[in-house]
Design a protein around this ligand. Structure first.
Ligand code: F6P
Length: 762
């Protein structure tokens, strides 16, 4: 609940706030006042840089016009007097001119004759103003820089007096002009700066107001979260409060990473990290019929064997990563002699990481529970392989009894009242409800490794209601595909009184909800068995030598438990068809069929084994030559190392299941091919075909189609093989078994929190 609550709230909060922020920024960018302020602010800068010099230029121009006008006025007012005095050569002219220069800006007045003689000049006439300078300027006005650095403006006016003529000079001091233009520049800069400042402040005010609104809404959202956190804290004192916003964002980022698997390369360490963070201190208990390590006497000594089991291949690495207890039937001849007084043995034997708790079953129990109800009843019921299921009351009674025994062992192995219990497969349909009664607070994740049939088919089971009820004791019930989830929900709908929520995929029975979810199972990445493998070339050489095959022989492999659901017969028929349609492959192609005997006591399995042996012989007899036979049928258990060697030596792997929940052989083949070569031919009736779509997908019931697929695989270019294999390897790497377990554990952790909040007293 904690994580879910935080995820949901933060997702919502963040997306709302992100939208709001974007809207605010958009508004800010578009707001006319802000745009105008921005424009004016910018324009003011341009004006300061460009117009301040212009203003002094203009002022200077105006002042110069003024000086010219004043000069003309002065000339006009004294002209007659000067002319009269000149003609009379009157020396009183100078005092008259001196009086005129009382004006503060008018510096001096003088007269230059045409002969180049300064006939009259006021005492203030600068030495630098000479008649030769007037002649040089050709009678035009001009500026002059004096020795002391000051500037003067000289305005000459031509005067004619009878036969003579000369220039009346009016000299203005220009220092006031520099002072005025300087002031004008300064005022302009101040004015523009003031305007910029005003508009800047206006901009800041507008932006501030809008931002304040956004910040307030963000703060109220955080306050709301903290309020809810406090509320949750009351129900769950361990819930952390007082974290700041960024810490919560960090948590969100981690959770999103885990939940969506977007950036996560799932690995054992990542998985145990998740367990530690999301389910701190939780004990993990796995329950399965098949044990991960079997001790058998070989030559009088106990030897360890890893069974041929998809379940074991998937769960064992998970258990190594998580630690805990694995409870399973002890079926090996040396099993009893290798456990301690509590029937436990630490495994893996060479490097123990978890505890295997073995349960001993009598022959009678095995007959009824394992061979009877599980493998003659439920197995054919759930697989569409056209083998009739058998249901016997006596088997059912044993099934109940054995499930009950496992429930009691789960209770005895639990070190707390709320362990995480991972119940595996159709052998334990009743166990979830039984464990729920003994450990009400346990988180029970049940995984159904085989298909779930449609409700019409399932309806033929005499104990359909009990089986569904038993499974609904789980917190989460997982299948490989959504299709099987749907089938289960349909069966619940048809046979039980319950509440079904199809949108979220849950069923509520007796007030308790069970999530029904697809979790496509996978394998460890990289597979442990790959570590000690020789190069592809060496694997090919070794397999060719073992089977007496020449170097250029093309090899197809089929490897699995010898089960009628695996389509072994159909695969052989496809080889037969290939050789009849394409005789060019005779002598050039073999099928190595490795099958591990399983459930051999059951008639259907015994029949399959003899049928397969007979068919192999028949096909070989039809095509074989003195040094070649097309089918190499090897019936024995193969260790993982041998399986991987075969995969690596092969040109193709044929998985032709008639019906299969997932089929991990397909994924193992892909994982084994680090050379990115080899072709996978995969039944469309195996769950794996939903994910490995770059395989050649076939209908195993159609021998002709399978034969064509084999032919296509034999002719496929290496570049096409590589393209297909790369995509499949990428998928298996990304969706490995640690990710599979992580998704279930994350969902379990969310549900645990929700339970704690909903039932604080429990
Ligand atoms: O495929 C279903 C399954 O239960 C697997 O999970 C497991 O690999 C196999 O069948 C078990 O077979 P056995 O009966 O040999 O344990």
């Amino acid at each position: 609940m904690k994580q879910e609550w935080r995820l949901r709230n933060f997702h919502t909060l963040l997306s709302v706030e992100r939208r709001r922020l974007r809207a605010v920024l958009r508004k800010l960018a578009l707001h006319p006042a802000v745009r105008a302020a921005g424009l004016v602010f910018g324009a003011a800068f341009i004006l300061i840089v460009g117009l301040a010099p212009l203003s002094s230029f203009l002022v200077e121009g105006w002042l110069r016009q003024d000086i010219e006008l004043r000069s003309q006025l002065i000339v006009r007012s004294i002209k007659n007097q000067v002319v009269a005095n000149l003609s009379e050569s009157n020396p009183d002219l100078v005092p008259f001119l001196e009086r005129i220069t009382d004006d503060e800006r008018l510096l001096a007045v003088g007269y230059c004759s045409d002969a180049g003689q300064m006939l009259y000049a006021t005492s203030s006439m600068p030495h630098e103003v000479t008649c030769s300078a007037i002649a040089q300027a050709k009678g035009d006005a001009f500026d002059l820089v004096l020795k002391d650095g000051s500037r003067v403006h000289v305005s000459p006016t031509l005067l004619r007096t009878g036969a003579t003529s000369g220039h009346l000079l009016v000299v203005h001091d220009l220092s006031f002009l520099d002072e005025r233009t300087g002031k004008a520049r300064l005022y302009t800069i101040f004015a523009l700066l003031g305007a910029s400042l005003a508009f800047g402040l206006l901009t800041i005010g507008v932006v501030g107001a809008v931002m304040r609104g956004w910040r307030q809404s963000l703060q109220s959202a955080i306050a709301q979260i903290q309020g809810e956190t406090t509320h949750i804290r009351q129900a769950n004192p361990s819930f952390p409060i007082g974290r700041d916003f960024y810490a919560l964002l960090d948590a969100l980022r981690t959770e999103r990473t885990f939940a969506e698997g977007l950036y996560v390369e799932w690995s054992p360490s990542r998985l145990s990290e998740l367990l530690r963070d999301e389910l701190p201190g939780a004990q993990v208990i796995i329950v399965s019929n098949r044990e991960p390590y079997i001790h058998n006497y070989v030559d009088g000594k106990p030897a360890v064997q890893i069974p041929a089991s998809g379940l074991v291949a998937a769960l064992e690495p998970v258990m190594r990563a998580c630690g805990g207890v694995w409870i399973a039937h002890g079926s090996g001849s040396a099993d009893r002699d290798t456990v301690d007084e509590h029937d436990r043995v630490a495994v893996p034997p060479d490097h123990p990481e978890y505890s295997l708790r073995r349960i001993w079953l009598s022959d009678e129990e095995q007959e009824g529970y394992y061979y009877g109800l599980s493998n003659e009843g439920l197995w054919p019921l759930c697989h569409i392989a056209f083998v009739r299921p058998n249901f016997r009351d006596a088997d059912w009674r044993q099934y109940i009894a054995v499930n009950q025994r496992f429930a009691e062992v789960v209770l005895s192995e639990a070190t707390a009242d709320d362990p995480i219990i991972l119940i595996q497969d159709y052998h334990f349909a009743l166990l979830p409800r039984m464990v729920r009664k003994l450990l009400p607070k346990a988180t029970i994740i049940t995984f159904w490794h085989i298909p779930w049939p449609n409700s019409e088919t399932f309806g033929i089971c005499p104990w359909r209601e009990e089986i569904i009820d038993g499974l609904l004791g789980s917190t989460i019930l997982g299948f490989h595909t959504q299709f099987h989830c749907n089938n289960f929900i349909e069966a619940v709908d048809r046979f039980m009184e319950s509440r079904i929520d199809r949108e979220i995929g849950s069923v509520t029975l007796g007030g308790r909800e069970t999530l029904i979810r697809p979790y496509p199972i996978s394998i460890e990445w990289p597979p442990r068995a790959l570590a000690g493998q020789a190069s592809i070339e060496d694997c090919r050489r070794s397999v060719r030598e073992r089977f007496g095959l020449p170097e250029d022989m093309r090899i197809a492999v089929g490897i699995e438990r010898f089960d009628y659901t695996k389509g072994v017969i159909d695969r052989m028929k496809a080889v037969d068809t290939l050789l009849s349609l394409h005789p060019e492959w005779c002598g050039k192609f073999v099928l190595i069929q490795a099958a591990a005997p399983t459930r051999s006591k059951l008639a259907a399995y015994a029949e399959l084994q003899s049928e397969a042996a007979r068919l192999a012989e028949e096909i070989n007899a039809r095509y074989e030559t003195s040094d070649w036979r097309p089918v190499h049928h090897v019936v024995r258990h193969h260790e993982q190392d041998e399986v991987y060697e075969l995969f690596r030596a092969a040109d193709m792997c044929i998985v032709s299941s008639l019906h299969d929940g997932m089929n991990l052989v397909a994924k193992e083949f892909v994982a084994s091919r680090d050379d990115e070569l080899g072709v996978l031919i995969l039944s469309g009736l195996a769950g794996a075909s939903r994910e490995l779509s770059e395989a050649l997908i076939v209908n195993p019931y159609d021998a002709g189609q399978m034969a064509r697929a084999i032919d296509q695989a034999l002719r496929m270019s290496q570049s096409e093989q590589r393209q297909r294999m790369r995509l499949m390897r990428d998928l298996v790497r990304r969706h490995n078994v640690y990710g599979w377990a992580a998704k279930m554990l994350l969902d379990a952790s969310h549900l645990r929190e929700r339970e704690r909040v909903a039932h604080p007293g429990l």
